[in-house]
Design a protein around this ligand. Structure first.
Ligand SMILES: [Zn+2]
Length: 132
């Protein structure tokens, strides 16, 4: 537990969903970028923290996952359009795909991604879940 807390403090980008916003054209990027491909030197990118709210733009139901993910199969992977404008690919948790629709509202959650080996190191990462 101590390690998890330390991880939060040291890797804020993993536990707040951060991106970049161009001060010139207003375009929002995820993951973070150093330069706006449109504005180049005219634009300046500043960090933004996403609210975690978004909508499903498109999705696939994965029935034949790799060995590691067999236990949760089938599962849903979606492209989510965040309310700030950027798109992000993520798993939709707690869902086998029966009631997922394009346009559904989703919210950001942090979940365990995997547990590694004997040391039991647990990786956390962002995922999304349906709001309904
Ligand atoms: Zn720009």
């Amino acid at each position: 537990m101590k390690d998890i807390v330390r991880g939060w403090r040291h890797i804020p980008q993993r536990y707040n969903l951060m991106g970049s916003k161009c001060t010139h054209c207003g375009e929002v990027f995820f993951p973070k970028r150093v330069i706006c491909p449109e504005c180049r030197r005219k634009g300046k990118l500043e960090d933004i923290k996403f609210s975690g709210n978004g909508k499903i733009h498109s999705y696939s139901i994965i029935h034949t996952p790799t060995e590691e993910f067999k236990i949760i199969s089938p599962y849903v992977v979606a492209i989510i359009e965040l309310e700030e404008g950027a798109k992000i690919t993520s798993q939709i948790v707690d869902n086998k795909g029966e009631d997922v629709q394009i346009g559904d509202e989703v919210e950001l959650v942090f979940r365990k991604i995997k547990e590694e080996g004997d040391e039991g190191v647990i990786s956390y990462g962002y995922k999304f879940k349906l709001k309904k």
